[in-house]
Structure formats: C-alpha cells, structure tokens
Ligand binder design. Structure first.
Ligand code: NAD
Length: 437
C-alpha cells in the first residue's frame, strides 16, 4: 500500500483517485475547484459516470480517500503524485499546458523529500522532460524528485472498468526506481495479468496521442466511406460490416455517423497535428488535417440533409434533437457534435427542442438559449423533424408509432445509424440515415 495523491479531480483524476483507493492505496486528491472538492468529499461525483459514485462512497467510508485544496498537505502526504489536470485546446490547436505548469508550480516548492510525480494528462511529446526540469528547479528536494509519464486510456462511460482493468499500462521512466514505484502502485492489476509497457518519457507521451490519432482516423475513414456511398448510391452499413469481419481491420470504431467529439479526440488530434508541424513531419500534418476535416464535415452533412428534408430551408422549422452528450453514457458536452449541430440549426432559424437522458444540465450551461425538454415525447411535441444525434440505448427503445402521435411530420434523420429503420418506416416515418441510400 502506498500513499498517493491525485492532482486534478475531473473525469480522469476523480476516477483515478477512486480506483487507486479501491486498489487499497491511501489517496489524497486535490483540485483548485472548490465546488468539485466539496461535492467529492460528500460522496457526490460532479459528473455522470456509471459506477463511480458508489465506489467513491465506499472508499470515503473505508477511510482510504480524502480531498483537499492544500498543496502543502499534498506534498507532505504523497510518495507518488499523479498529475491529472486538463490540457485543453489552445488558440491555434496546440495543447494548452498552463494547467500542467500551474499544478507543477503549486506543488514543487513544498516537495522537501524524495518522491515520484507521474503525469497522466495527455501532453505533446517533450512536455514531461520540461516539467521535470521546472519542478526540480524550485523543489527543495531537487534531483530527488523524479518524474514518470503514465498516459491514460480510459473511456468516459466505461471509466471505472477501464481504470481497474485496463488493456495495458504504459509508463515512461528515467530510472529503475521510478519503474519500481509504478509497479508498486499498479501491483493489483499487474498481478491480474494486465501488461505493463515500460519505455522512455517521450515514447510514452506519444503512445497516447498516436492511439487517439488512430481511433480518430478509423472513425473518419468510415465517415469518408459514408460520403463516397452517398455520392455513389451505395450503403455504408453493410460496407462497414463487411470490412469489420477482416481481423486486420476489426468492427470497433467503424461506425459511420456524426463523427467524434468530446474532451479528448478532437483536441488531441489537433494538438498532435500542431506537434507534427513543429517537428516538420508534413505527412502526418496532412493526415490529421484530413481526419479533422472529414469529422467536421459530418456536422455540415446533417445540416444539409435536414435543410433538404425540411423543404430547402430550416427557418421556422420545429426540430426535436435527441441526444446532446458527445456520446452515450456520459454527460460530457465538450466539443459535442450534437451541440454543434444545434448551433447551426438555430443559426439557420430553426426552433430547436433538445432531450438527453443526463447531459441537459451541462448543455444548458453552455447553451442556455436552447429549449430543453424533460422527455423524448415533450421534445418531439409538434416537431416537423426529429434528429437522432447521440446513440443512447434509451432511444432505441422509443416506440415510433407512439411518437408519431405527437409530431407534426413523421420525418427522422438518424445521424448515428443505430435506430431500427424498418420499425420506424413501418410506423409511417420517413427515415434518413447518413451514408445510406
Ligand atoms: P477535466 O477538465 O474534467 O479535469 C481537469 C481538472 O483539473 C479540473 O477539475 C480542474 O479544476 C483541475 N485543475 C486545473 N488546474 C489545476 C491545478 N493547478 N491544480 C489542481 N487541479 C487543477 O479534464 P479531464 O477530462 O479529466 O482530462 C484531464 C486530462 O486527462 C487531459 O489531459 C485529458 O486529455 C486526459 N484524458 C482524459 C480522458 C477522459 O476521458 N476525460 C481520458 C484519457 C486522458
């Protein structure tokens, strides 16, 4: 059992803190956001993540997990400090490292004893080494402060299971001592057979952005194929299925639709493109530019289709939007494709009514001007067009015949391709699916 701290209690940090406590460690977590710390200390997760809140309460009750806003307390407590602060998109697409630097600067002056700082945030290659120099320059313990980078691969919606039983643990280190400490922290998953890949700092930083770039490329590839299918009168759904049977390709992340969003893939693709440009690797710049452009193009495609089925203009059209989270099982609306579509709908004069099972409070903070409905039926009341934009399983259970009773026109665009088109057609709906004839 080690004494570990977690700096930053957002989607990544809070999940990490809770799961480390559940593995048996003593965990002290810190954030600069008073509201998050107050809620977490009371056993309330400040965001929606299946399974997180019960585990948070369990570990608070067991006395293994505490929260603070004091960096001196964190420095005093921890043998290992996990850095989990945000690295949002900067003005020109590059990663904004100001939170990483601020956290390092807040912690360093209090580090009087040997310790290990483990970065988990997603950062451009070279960041870890710079952060290590920055910390050593002001830490009283100087060279006895070590740094490792342990990128995180958890998926929102599956964050707890991904943290407790990851596919792999990747860590970049500069010493055997750092590796030994990381092995100690992750002793339980390693004993359960999770592979540990130990490498240098730079490669570890790159593994994360390369993984996200690959996933984004796979999504944009199939969305590019959807565009081809639309232009050629072919059907992208059986195409994707047939490709997926090839074990070298695989079916996952090959779902055509509205494209990716959220707090990670879009910004990580753009930050990696900025890094590739800095490094002069133009081929990767071109690749990631195309990936981003195809992804953005899906939002335009939905609007174009909506305009066409609305008779050429969206002005005055009543549109019901189903789903506003960037993906199902999450309340995250950062870079949500659905919210981007809502923006365009309202810009073109449509009257938009939105429903989402959990993400409406977050959406309302960003877009207070949209109308939020307490149920699918309330959102669809009088609608001339229904847009299915986030593939919550709840929406697959909608009875299209019942919904037909409240809309003004039975027209639906399934931008995620997950509804049962036959069922909706049988109930008299005109169903439009991206990439299908
Ligand atoms: P987030 O915005 O939800 O959380 C970041 C937290 O850091 C916030 O609570 C913020 O208040 C806190 N913070 C900012 N400055 C601080 C400081 N100086 N000291 C202490 N706390 C501070 O972001 P997130 O989604 O948790 O992402 C964090 C990092 O993890 C990013 O680099 C992201 O790319 C990466 N990541 C995220 C996910 C994910 O699914 N969300 C998955 C893998 C990796």
């Amino acid at each position: 059992m080690s004494r570990v701290t977690v700096i930053g209690t957002g989607y990544l940090g809070l999940t990490h803190a809770v799961c480390l406590a559940d593995l048996g460690h003593q965990v002290l977590a810190i954030d600069v956001d008073q509201d998050k710390i107050t809620k977490a200390a009371k056993g309330e997760a400040p965001f929606f993540e299946p399974g997180l809140e019960p585990l948070l309460r369990k570990n608070l009750d067991a006395g293994r997990l505490r929260f603070t806003m004091s960096f001196p307390e964190v420095a005093e407590f921890g043998e290992v400090h996990f850095l989990c602060v945000g690295t949002p998109e900067g003005e020109c697409g590059q990663a904004d490292l100001s939170f990483v630097e601020a956290a390092a600067d807040a912690l360093a002056p209090h580090l009087t004893a040997e310790c290990l700082i483990v970065g988990k945030s997603t950062v451009p290659v070279g960041t870890a080494r710079r952060v290590m120099s920055r910390i050593r320059a002001t830490a009283p313990a100087g060279q006895r402060v070590e740094l490792a980078w342990n990128p995180e691969f958890l998926r929102e919606g599956f964050a707890v299971q991904d943290s407790l039983a990851p596919d792999r643990i990747v860590v970049g280190v500069t010493s055997l001592r750092a590796e030994a400490l990381v092995r100690e922290v992750y002793a339980a998953p390693l004993a359960a057979g999770v592979p540990l890949l130990v490498m240098d700092l730079e490669t570890a930083e790159l593994v994360k952005v390369a993984a996200n770039a690959f996933l984004a490329t796979k999504i944009s590839f199939i969305n590019g194929m959807a565009e081809i299918c639309e232009a050629a009168g072919a059907d992208v759904m059986p195409l994707a299925e047939a490709l997926g049977y090839d074990a070298r390709i695989g079916r996952r992340f090959l779902s055509p639709g509205l494209g990716f969003g959220g707090g990670c893939l879009p910004k990580d693709v753009r930050a990696f493109r900025a890094t590739a440009a800095d490094l002069g690797v133009d081929s990767v710049v071109s690749l990631l530019t195309a990936v981003d452009a195809i992804n953005q193009g899906r939002r335009d495609r939905v609007i174009a289709l909506a305009r066409a089925v609305a008779g050429g203009t969206l002005a005055g059209t009543r549109v019901a939007v189903l789903g506003v989270a960037f993906k199902p099982n999450s309340d995250d609306v950062r870079d949500s494709p659905s919210l981007a579509v809502c923006d365009r709908l309202t810009a073109e004069g449509a009257a938009v009514s939105v429903h989402d099972p959990v993400a409406m409070p977050n959406a309302a903070r960003k877009r207070p001007d949209l109308a939020y409905a307490p149920s699918v039926f309330a959102a669809a009341q009088g609608a001339e067009l229904v847009l299915h934009l986030t593939e919550w399983s709840d929406y697959q259970a909608i009875d299209p015949a019942a919904l037909a009773g409240v809309v003004a026109r039975r027209v639906i665009i399934d931008a995620r391709g997950t509804l049962d088109a036959g069922l909706w057609s049988d109930a008299g709906w005109s169903v439009h699916i991206l990439g299908r004839p």
